[in-house]
Design a protein around this ligand. Structure first.
Ligand code: KG4
Ligand code: ZN
Length: 337
């Protein structure tokens, strides 16, 4: 009861998220998504996302307050994603958060989107072990992080050198005419297919780095499908989906466990939209068990972009005594971790 009530706002991509937490307790996680408005373009259109955030912001805040059963005036602190993300989309959230904080005379915390993806797991599984390794895989990022302290010390060890993991799912789905976003539908199709049917390349598999590369895989899938079509043969969509997905999750889990091993860390957290992937969850569980590593994956709704993760990190910053941001807080599209 004594813990502060924190409202978090997320607008870095296409989800307008407003979460409310008290300490580690999640009270509300309201989301408005503009994903349907982007579907016909096959990807997120920044200008469309910004306008949608502006329209959704007020109603989503109201819905979160109602869900949490609290009044706006009860909020003790505000948190907002300051970056990284789409510049115009971030600006809508940051501007709104400044106005809310100013109107109540309450502190504002600008937070890093990647650290928030890590921190959200505390709402579901309790305090994060220190240190832990985090792998964030979504449409915009694919990062491996060493996390001694999510509120103050998050170290990037590697990331993708080209496409993000989710982006690869989305692009391969387009090649297979499966629609956008591609991840969920490839996940579903793959269950009917053979993951060993086609040997697709695994980029940077044993190269000694903590980086990923998915564009070669995407191109290999496109070439393979084109060749089938040229030959007038039917494309075995389920086998392609399963074989592609297996290549992605094989590399992801191999690298994540390498980070754990090299750093002597026995807790791995996986977050971001791709963490919803059922095969990634299963293979990570299998390989973590074999390596003696404890695996934490938030439930799917907390893996994709949401406001609760921002509130969770805001709450952590309040508790750790880190000072709030000032009202000149910028939106920084390439904010480093
Ligand atoms: O975290 P998120 O909601 O937004 C950002 O990109 O930051 O992640 C969305 C991405 C999309 O690329 C989507 O295709 C992918 O996550 N995704 C999945 C699954 N569900 C969502 N990828 C693989 N399997 C899934 N089940
Ligand atoms: Zn994200």
């Amino acid at each position: 009861r004594d813990e502060p009530l924190v409202l978090g706002i997320e607008t870095s991509c296409d989800e307008t998220g407003v979460g409310i937490v008290r300490g580690h307790t999640l009270l509300a996680d309201a989301i408005a998504s503009s994903v349907d408005q982007h579907a016909r373009f096959g990807g997120v259109v920044p200008e469309v996302a910004s306008r949608a955030h502006l329209e959704a912001m007020g109603p989503t805040v109201e819905r979160a307050l109602a869900d949490a059963g609290v009044a706006f005036g009860d909020v003790d602190a505000f948190a907002v994603t300051a970056g990284p993300g789409l510049p115009g989309a971030l600006m809508v959230g940051v501007a709104a958060a400044k106005a809310y904080a100013l109107s109540l005379g309450k502190p504002l915390y600008g937070v890093n989107h990647l650290a928030a993806h890590v921190c959200v797991d505390q709402l579901e599984h309790g305090p994060l072990p220190k240190p832990c390794v985090a792998m964030l895989v979504s449409g915009g990022h694919s990062s491996l992080l060493l996390v001694p302290d999510v509120a103050g010390d998050v170290r990037p060890l590697g990331s993708t050198v080209d496409d993000a993991a989710g982006e690869a799912f989305d692009k391969v789905a387009r090649v297979l005419d499966l629609g956008f976003p591609g991840g969920p539908v490839i996940d579903r199709m793959a269950r009917e297919g053979d993951p060993a049917a086609i040997a697709f390349p695994r980029g940077k598999y044993n190269d000694g780095t903590y980086d990923f590369s998915f564009s070669g895989l995407k191109t290999a899938v496109a070439r393979w499908v084109e060749a089938k079509e040229r030959a007038g043969e039917p494309v075995p969509v389920a086998d392609v989906a399963a074989s592609f997905q297996e290549a992605v999750v094989d590399v992801l889990t191999q690298k994540a466990l390498k980070v754990c091993k090299d750093n002597g860390v026995d807790h791995l957290l996986i977050g971001g939209g791709v963490a919803a992937n059922s095969r990634l969850r299963a293979l990570a569980a299998e390989r973590c068990a074999a390596a003696g590593v404890h695996l934490r994956v938030p439930r799917p709704k907390l893996c994709t972009d949401n406001g609760a993760m921002v509130a969770a990190l805001g709450s952590e910053l309040v508790a750790s005594g880190v000072g709030p941001s000032d009202l000149e807080l910028p939106a920084d599209s390439s904010l480093p971790i």
